[in-house]
Design a protein around this ligand. Structure first.
Ligand SMILES: [Zn+2]
Length: 404
């Protein structure tokens, strides 16, 4: 047998692959080998190939690299000031008058250079990477015009390069249909701008891997989202949707009609919506950080999603307004404590199902021969320990594309 590039041995492997009993396959005293960034061996340490670089462990846990499938890490400024005002008793009107809300982030992003955006966003992404994230999705949505949306996505692309980022695969999502731009009043006219100017520019520059929108009373109607999705379909881009976060407008049903990769938030998703996404194979992405930060009361329908066999993913939703969260491990803990996910579901949610929510399940998300060698070794024995502790990071080793 020829020498592999990398070997991690004497680890307890949580493969992320489930058997007929629904349990994830574990390999005791296991080893993983990789060459050219691709996994070539998964099995017992005895019988593993030799390698140029070998990491020998003592029974610690190895998992796939983690996937954060929903973030807004590229942004400028922060909204701690308005958060403070609200906690000191200010009304939403007073906050808005003081220039708060999403408009303040849009203004900050528009004013920021690519360099500033990159350096501010780098540190947030680095925090995720330091907890084992090897793939992150990054959305635009604070530029709200063609040039500034493209600027955000260019920065996201840079963060996904070996030299410009903290060592992580980045997928990009165009979210022009996130909110109305400052001073805008005509939502249909703005949607026309998304379709006619923003998306074509992003596609021309190769900046978008997917298209997202925010379907909500305070954002865009299903009819408006449909126009965005039709444009995405014409451009051959998959879609995702911020849906059913604050009310039920039927966004998830619409997303299912377009075979969406995921519907995200979904606290108010109803049985019709669940049936629709179960049929379309759309992933339900839960965002417990936003639920927690805005003190939402309505929980996502986890039991019904399980019964319908809908894949469930989890993400940080890292954003300055409703989820200033840069800890994927805390998101896992919150999904268990707030939503009742099992620790196995939480870990699957940030590995295999997170990959599925990005359409990348054939490349990442499980420890499987032929997939990208994105791996984490943790200073724990039981997988449940990853979701269990609060504010504790047991990451020992993170391997991205076959390299530490
Ligand atoms: Zn979001």
């Amino acid at each position: 047998m020829s020498k592999a590039g990398l070997l991690v041995s004497h680890v307890r492997i949580w493969t992320g692959e489930t058997g007929p009993d629904g349990k994830v396959r574990m390999i005791e005293d296991g080893a993983v080998a990789a060459s050219d960034g691709i996994i070539t061996y998964v099995g017992p340490t005895e019988g593993a190939p030799e390698a140029e670089v070998e990491y020998d462990h003592q029974g610690e846990l190895l998992t796939p690299g983690l996937v954060d499938c929903h973030t807004h890490v590229v942004h400028a400024g922060n909204r701690a000031g308005e958060w403070q005002m609200r906690l000191e008793g200010a009304s939403y009107e007073e906050v808005a008058k003081a220039g708060g809300g999403i408009v303040s982030t849009v203004k900050a992003v528009r004013a920021a250079s690519e360099e500033t955006l990159l350096s501010e966003s780098f540190h947030r992404l680095k925090a995720l990477v330091d907890e084992g994230v090897t793939t992150a999705e990054i959305k635009s949505g604070y530029g709200l015009d063609a040039g500034n949306e493209a600027k955000m996505l260019r920065v996201a692309r840079m963060l996904g390069t070996k030299t410009g980022g903290p060592g992580v695969t980045v997928t990009t999502t165009h979210l022009g249909a996130h909110a109305m731009p400052p001073g805008g009043a005509d939502k249909d006219a703005y949607i026309a701008d998304v379709i006619e100017r923003q998306l074509p520019l992003a596609v021309k520059e190769g900046l978008a891997d997917a298209v997202d929108a925010f379907c909500e009373g305070i954002a865009f109607s299903p009819a408006q989202v449909r126009r965005v999705f039709e444009a995405a379909r014409a451009l051959k881009l998959p879609v995702k949707l911020h849906a059913e976060q604050l009310s039920n407008l039927g966004g998830s049903k619409l997303a299912a009609e377009f075979s969406a990769l995921s519907v995200d938030h979904i606290e108010y998703l109803d049985t019709d919506g669940i049936a629709a996404i179960a049929k379309s194979g759309t992933v339900a992405v839960l965002l417990p950080g936003a639920f927690y930060f805005i003190k939402e009361k309505q929980k996502p329908p986890v039991d019904a999603l399980r019964r319908a066999g809908v894949p469930i993913a989890l993400a940080t939703d890292c954003n300055p307004g409703s989820s200033p969260l840069t800890s994927i491990l805390l998101a896992m803990n919150m999904a268990c404590t707030l939503f009742g996910l099992t620790p196995q579901e939480a870990l699957l949610g940030v590995t295999r199902e997170g990959a599925r929510a990005l359409g990348m399940q054939d490349k990442i998300g499980t420890v499987t021969v032929g997939k990208q060698a994105d791996l984490c070794v943790w200073n724990v024995r039981e997988p449940a320990e990853l979701a269990y502790r609060i504010g504790f990071n047991p990451l020992l080793r993170r391997i991205w594309r076959g390299e530490e």
